[in-house]
Write a protein that binds this ligand. Sequence first.
Ligand code: CP3
Length: 355
Amino acid sequence: VTEKKPVANTQTSDKRFLRALRREPLDRPPFWLMRQAGRYLPEYRQTRAEAGSFLQLCLDPPRATEVTLQPIRRYGFDAAILFADILLIPYALGQELSFREGEGPVLDPVRDLAALRRLSTEQLHQVLAPVYETVERLAGALPHDVALIGFAGAPWTVATYMVQGRGSSDQGAAKHWGYHRPDEFQVLIDLLVDATVDYLDAQVKAGAEALQIFDTWAGSLPEPHFRRWSLEPMARIAKVLKARHPNVPIIAFARGAGPMAKEVAAVAEIDGIGLDTSMSATWAAREIQPLKTTQGNLDPLMVVAGGRAMEAEIARILSAFAGGPHVFNLGHGIVPETPPEHVGALARQVREWRG
Ligand code: CP3
């Protein structure tokens, strides 16, 4: 990218997605889907094969731009999410990372202070520069009514992968460290807070108009540990970014938070609350939506099912949240088995809905 575009004024932008996050009344909610760029699309699989590997794709600005745009072209979502991954931060901190077919991410585990001391933010911006270039390219290439979302993982979720060295069903290794030696684990969390602030700040400077923080494993923590390892670091990140970029809305997706979502919504610097599939829409409309814009929460497996079952669920969610600001989305990422035509049916239904 040769020319720098002026940063969009998100305070006055009339993009539907940004208006919903400013709590303005709309004839229909904006919509996008978590993991909207991905393996369910043949054109994604093609571009990924050209890139070589998933990691190479994330760090290849022309191709990462292309896969971000693919679902926008097909479905006309109201927002595009930067194509990248939450594990690029550990990679940029110096941790070895690879994505293996059918296995997911594999990292060289960080389990003690000695391993922690080998990580550093020194190379962060250098390693992540291709991501910022992708954001710049997207800011120049997106249709005028489509908002650009930047993102990062929350410190807790990123830490679970860093400590375990891979995905896990119980986040056991991170819990072990955090419960056994909380002051050591706090060093890792604090490092991730700093790195995440720097990373998201750079995304905004490159043209991201909104930010989402993914805390996929928030729901596996007991209440006091949820506050310490999930909520507090996310709130700290949001406060610093809000002070620097007051007009850039921040969405927190603390998956599995349950009623603790109210405490997330009470953080002044958080504008949107992502709701997972298990969240009651009537409860969230009553307890969360008066405070913050809600986002969610169709079961991704409903989009695999399609047909009348999906239609009824979309209608239920749209109706439940019709009384306030809402961003229609899934309760978690779209799965690779999803038939692309079911996403087309979803898009038509949400776009035509009035409530
Ligand atoms: O939403 C989007 O379209 C933007 C891109 C995006 C990806 N990952 C691309 C991706 C985003 C926002 C993420 C977030 C992410 N990554 C999370 C948090 C949200 C969630 O889904 O819970 C997590 C936990 C990760 C870590 C990660 N990345 C795992 C565990 C895996 C393997 C599982 C899988 O789905 O394969 C990935 C790989 C990944 N990230 C893929 C994509 C499109 C699939 C890689 C491929 O093409 O083979």
